[in-house]
Write a protein that binds this ligand. Structure first.
Ligand SMILES: Cc1ncc(C[n+]2csc(CCOP(=O)(O)OP(=O)(O)O)c2C)c(N)n1
Ligand code: SF4
Length: 350
C-alpha cells in the first residue's frame, strides 16, 4: 500500500528547463523501513531525472518483486510503471521496448529478483543489449521475505541469525561485463555524489547500462558480520575514479587536474568526465574491469564508480534493424501487410 504525499511545497523551489521542481519527480510516501538504502536510491533517481529535465511521462519504471522492486512507487508518480512478476522484469521490459522504443526504461530490481529467480532473464536482457538503465539495489538478503541469504552475499558472511553463507557470491557487474553490457558501474546508496552522475550517464547512454548499487538492509543485514552493512561498506569502499556528468548544452568547466581527466562524449552530446584516482584503471577494457573487480574483492575491498563504458555502443533495435517508428505509433495498415502477403508468408513456412 502506498500513501500519497502532500502537494504543498516552497514556492521558490528551483525549476528545471521544463518548469518542474524536484517535487514533480517524487512518488508516493515510502513504506520501506526508515534508513533503508533503497529510499536513498529513489532520491538519487529523482535528483538525476530532475536535473536532466527528463519529461516524467516519457519514462517507464519497471520492476519485479521485493522491497527494491517496490521502490519505483516512491519516485516519479507521473511516469508509466509496471511491477511485474518476481524475476520477470527483463522480459516485460523487452516487450514494452519492442512496442515503444522511444520511452526511457528504468528497471529497478533486487539481488534476489535478479541473481536468483531472474538470473536467466538478466543474462538475456544484457546480451540483447536492450536500451535501458538496469539497477540492482544489492543488500545481500531477501528483505521483503525477512532476511534469507541472497546469491550476491559474500562467502562466509553471516545472516542476522548467525548462519554462515556456504557459497561464493555471484558478482552481477562481472556477469554484465562478460555478457556484453555497454556501461557498467557499481556504487553505494549512501554516496549520492558518486551515484547521481552515474545514473545521469546511464540514462543518457544508448544501450544496456547496468548499475549495481550496494543498498544496506537496515532490518536484516546491517550487523557486524555482514559485508553489506553500512559500517563494512564505508570501511572497504574504493573508487576507480570520480565521475562527473556534463549535460549537452551546458558550459563545460573543468574543475579537476587536466592530466588525469578523460571526457567521453555520449550520443546526445553530453559529456561523461572521469577523473582517475587509480592511474592504471582503463574504463574501456571490459576484461581489465573484471580483473580489477576480482583483485579488489580478494583484498576485501569493494571497487565502485564507472567500471566500463563503450563509447560507440549498439542497442537491440539497431542490431535487429527494427522499424525506426515505434510499433505503438504505426497505423493498422502499416502493421498488417494484408491477407495476401500474410498467406504467402505462411505458405513459405509450410
Ligand atoms: C515466484 C515467487 N517466488 C517467491 C516469491 C517470494 N519473494 C518475494 S520477494 C522475494 C525476494 C526479494 O529479495 P530481493 O530481490 O533481494 O529484494 P529486497 O526485498 O531485498 O529488496 C521473494 C523470494 C514471490 N513473490 N514469487
Ligand atoms: S526489510 Fe530491509 S530491504 Fe526491506 S524495507 Fe526494510 S530495510 Fe529495506
Amino acid at each position: 500500500m502506498s500513501f500519497q504525499k502532500s502537494k504543498f511545497h516552497h514556492p521558490r523551489l528551483p525549476l528545471n528547463e521544463l518548469g518542474l521542481s524536484y517535487r514533480d519527480y517524487e512518488g508516493s510516501l515510502s513504506t520501506l523501513c526508515a534508513g533503508c538504502g533503497h529510499d536513498a536510491i529513489s532520491a538519487a533517481v529523482i535528483q538525476a531525472c530532475h536535473e536532466l529535465s527528463i519529461p516524467p511521462h516519457r519514462v517507464a519504471k519497471m520492476s519485479g518483486i521485493g522491497c527494491s522492486s517496490k521502490a519505483p512507487n516512491y519516485f516519479m508518480n507521473r511516469a508509466h510503471g509496471f511491477n511485474t512478476v518476481h524475476g520477470r522484469m527483463p522480459s516485460v521490459t523487452t516487450g514494452a521496448n519492442m512496442a515503444n522504443r522511444e520511452l526511457i526504461y528504468i528497471g529497478m530490481s533486487g539481488d534476489g529478483d535478479t541473481a536468483s529467480i531472474g538470473l536467466g532473464q538478466f543474462a538475456h536482457v544484457v546480451r540483447r543489449r536492450l536500451n535501458m538503465l538496469y539497477m540492482v539495489a544489492n543488500n545481500g538478503v531477501y528483505g521483503l521475505t525477512k532476511g534469507q541469504t541472497a546469491a550476491t552475499a559474500d562467502l562466509g558472511s553471516h545472516s542476522k541469525s548467525g548462519e554462515a553463507n556456504l557459497f561464493a557470491d555471484i558478482d552481477l557487474c562481472v556477469m554484465a561485463l562478460q555478457l556484453g553490457a555497454s556501461m557498467v558501474g557499481r556504487s553505494f546508496s549512501g554516496d549520492k555524489k558518486q551515484l547521481v552522475p552515474l545514473i545521469k550517464a546511464a540514462l543518457s547512454h544508448r544501450g544496456f547500462a547496468f548499475l549495481d548499487i550496494i543498498s544496506p538492509c537496515v532490518t536484516f543485514n546491517n550487523h557486524a558480520t555482514s559485508t553489506r552493512s553500512y559500517d563494512y561498506v564505508h570501511e572497504h569502499i574504493k573508487a576507480a575514479g570520480v565521475v562527473d556528468f556534463v549535460p549537452a548544452r551546458t558550459e563545460i568547466v573543468s574543475k579537476f587536474d587536466n592530466q588525469k581527466l578523460e571526457d567521453i562524449c555520449l550520443h546526445d552530446g553530453s559529456i561523461l568526465r572521469i577523473r582517475r584516482t587509480d592511474d592504471d584503471y582503463d574504463t574501456h577494457d571490459s576484461r581489465k574491469a573484471v580483473a580489477a573487480i576480482e583483485e579488489h574483492k580478494a583484498k576485501g575491498e569493494i571497487l565502485t564508480g564507472l567500471l566500463y563504458i563503450d563509447p560507440t555502443p549498439q542497442e537491440y533495435h539497431e542490431m535487429a534493424g527494427t522499424s525506426a517508428t515505434p510499433l505503438s505509433r504505426l497505423s493498422q495498415e502499416d502493421l498488417c501487410p494484408g491477407s495476401r502477403v500474410l498467406a504467402n508468408i505462411n505458405a513459405s513456412f509450410r
